[in-house]
Design a protein. Structure first.
Length: 315
């Protein structure tokens, strides 16, 4: 792939957080240098697969397309009964450089999609996604008033009809427990911005165990595979708190793979308490069998917090 290339094989996809269903009414990644022409973002349907997890792909147009330098989008937050609109400039030079570096090997490109995420409160994120996930933009859309009949292309006769439709969509997407939580606790506005906070942390194992093949999915939707813990530059790069960590160690003479899913609120609170001032943090795993009995703590040079609400896969 030439370093002068400006067109790539990519698709547009969408994302929204769990527990707070969203819908994209319409959206377009505007090609660099264009005013309106671009690749449309799949619209319609309720989104709630998880922040940074792509959902829809439509294969349209030319295989090789220019990259975008703008995003135009209108979306709806079901939990708020609120429409949002955004027209954002995207960091084209950064996107181009990442695509050129990540897709130099056309047989194994790092990026195959550009993904937009929308969340309550009007939060909007854009990631390059594929084997790697890298956030390249985060912004704030504005509240707008929009006729639900036109937005959803449904013939509502009045507000009661549209409200009933919205309530039904929430029931269809959320579990009874999630609905009750939404009613009781409300919407955690600002949560998706907090996901982006970065900390000086590294994974480690308790004494007597070796650590290898570390993969991390971060709360902000980014990821790292095969984290090189011997690379000083890697260790000194601040990172968001983890959503999922997998690693390999040896126990009882056999190689064991551990996959741990963290409770985002517990994990964020611990990272914010111990690392808000730039302290070096260690996320320590104490492997145990069965794997559900693993112990995990976060510590700096003065304090330690035991994590309790994670889930460790056992297979």
């Amino acid at each position: 792939m030439s370093n002068h290339n400006t067109k790539f094989d990519w698709l547009a996809t969408d994302s929204a957080p769990e527990h707070y269903p969203m819908e994209i009414i319409r959206g377009t990644f505007i090609y660099h240098g264009e005013t309106e022409e671009g690749l449309y973002i799949p619209s319609g349907g309720t989104l709630s697969s998880g922040w940074g997890h792509g959902i829809s792909h439509h294969v349209v147009g030319e295989k090789y397309k220019p990259l975008p330098d703008r995003l135009k989008i209108i979306f709806f937050s079901y939990a708020e009964k609120q429409f949002y609109k955004g027209d954002f400039s995207l960091p084209y030079d950064k996107i181009l450089a990442l695509f050129r570096a990540g897709n130099a090997d056309i047989e194994s490109p790092s990026f195959s999609s550009i993904m937009v995420g929308v969340a309550p409160g009007g939060a909007v994120a854009v990631w390059l996604s594929g084997r790697k996930h890298i956030e390249v933009f985060f912004g704030q859309a504005k509240k707008i008033d929009l006729d639900p009949s036109r937005a959803f292309a449904l013939p509502f006769e009045n507000k009661a009809d549209s409200d009933a439709y919205i309530a039904k969509q929430l029931v269809n997407v959320l579990t009874p427990v999630e609905l009750e939580s939404l009613k009781k606790d409300g919407i955690p506005f600002g949560l998706w911005a907090r996901y982006r906070n970065r900390y000086n942390w590294m994974p480690t194992l308790s004494k007597g165990y070796n650590l290898s093949d570390v993969d991390v999915v971060y709360l902000n939707g980014e990821n790292v595979t095969s984290w090189d813990l011997t690379d000083r530059n890697e260790l000194n790069s601040p990172r968001p708190a983890p959503k999922k960590v997998s690693f390999i160690t040896h126990m009882q003479g056999k190689q064991k793979i551990f996959i741990v899913h963290f409770n985002e609120l517990e994990t964020m609170a611990a990272f914010e308490k111990l690392g808000a001032q730039g302290q070096q943090l260690h996320l320590e795993f104490e492997p145990r069998l069965p794997k559900t009995q693993i112990k995990i703590r976060l510590y700096n040079d003065k304090e330690s917090i035991d994590l309790k609400k994670f889930v460790s896969e056992d297979w």
